[in-house]
Design a protein around this ligand. Structure first.
Ligand SMILES: [Zn+2]
Length: 257
């Protein structure tokens, strides 16, 4: 019944927005990113179990806040969550800077520098609004874009349609949060993440050790399933940027000495 209701709602929303396909992709403000992210965060938190104490939790919060501090985005409402699932070596970020790390990632992240590799990569996705852009790019018909606009009261629709669409969006948000990023976005997040971790005082060489370990294991972060950059390409990109990252690291006031 729930399934039927869902497909009916989706059908309705398609119908409601088939005339909106030409609405240009919304320019999403930081406030809107925060509210979209907060909504998705509530959805995710209702579906996963999180850990709020212990060494790994403190590591996630510590690394996350150190990287967010040097990101320059004080307008984002940064949040850091540790998901209790040792089988999954994964991490993702929601719009507005809600970072989720699965406990299984610690099979590969042996120290805070290596954890910082992943967290900084996710923070970089948030800084570049890749989640929002991915949704806009992939939903060419403008469905998600229209949903966002409705959610923000931009489109002129009646109250019933707006409610229907909001429900569909809430369901879609949880399905969509692991939508793969493009190869270009992955390499961009690697590049920006490398500089961010160095600026926050983490040794950028940990990016090479982490990705080498991860690559050897055959493990793949689900977000990379379809768009995983060629491991050699990823390492080559990081090596090319390493001298610049090391210079930033040497100058970082946050570096542990
Ligand atoms: Zn990524």
């Amino acid at each position: 019944m729930k399934k039927l209701l869902t497909s009916t709602l989706i059908g309705l929303s398609m119908l409601a927005f088939s005339g909106c396909a030409n609405v240009p992709a919304a320019k999403v403000s930081p406030q809107q990113e925060n509210s979209i992210g907060a909504q998705q965060e509530r959805q995710v938190l209702s579906k996963v179990r999180t850990i709020h104490s212990g060494r790994l939790y403190r590591a996630v919060v510590n690394v996350g806040s150190r990287i967010a501090r040097v990101s320059g985005r004080r307008d984002f409402r940064w949040r850091y969550h540790l998901v209790d699932n040792p089988k999954v070596a994964n991490a993702f970020v929601l719009p507005g800077g809600k970072v989720f790390v699965y406990s299984g990632l610690f099979r590969y992240a042996a120290n805070e520098d290596e954890l910082a590799v992943v967290v900084a990569h996710e923070v970089a996705h948030a800084l570049k609004s890749h989640g929002i852009k991915g949704a806009q790019r992939q939903q060419k018909a403008g469905l998600i874009g229209a949903l966002l606009q409705v959610g923000m009261g931009v489109a002129g629709v009646n109250q019933n349609t707006a409610q229907t669409v909001t429900q569909v969006y809430r369901q879609g948000a949880t399905l969509g949060y692991l939508r793969p990023h493009s190869r270009e976005q992955e390499l961009e997040a690697d590049s920006i993440g490398l500089m961010l971790m160095a600026k926050a005082g983490y040794d950028p060489r940990a990016a090479l050790s982490f990705w080498n370990k991860f690559g050897r294991s055959g493990q793949r972060i689900p977000e990379y399933l379809s768009t995983h950059p060629n491991p050699g390409h990823r390492i080559a990109n990081l090596k090319r940027l390493m001298p610049k990252a090391l210079a930033i690291y040497q100058r970082s006031p946050y570096r542990r000495r």
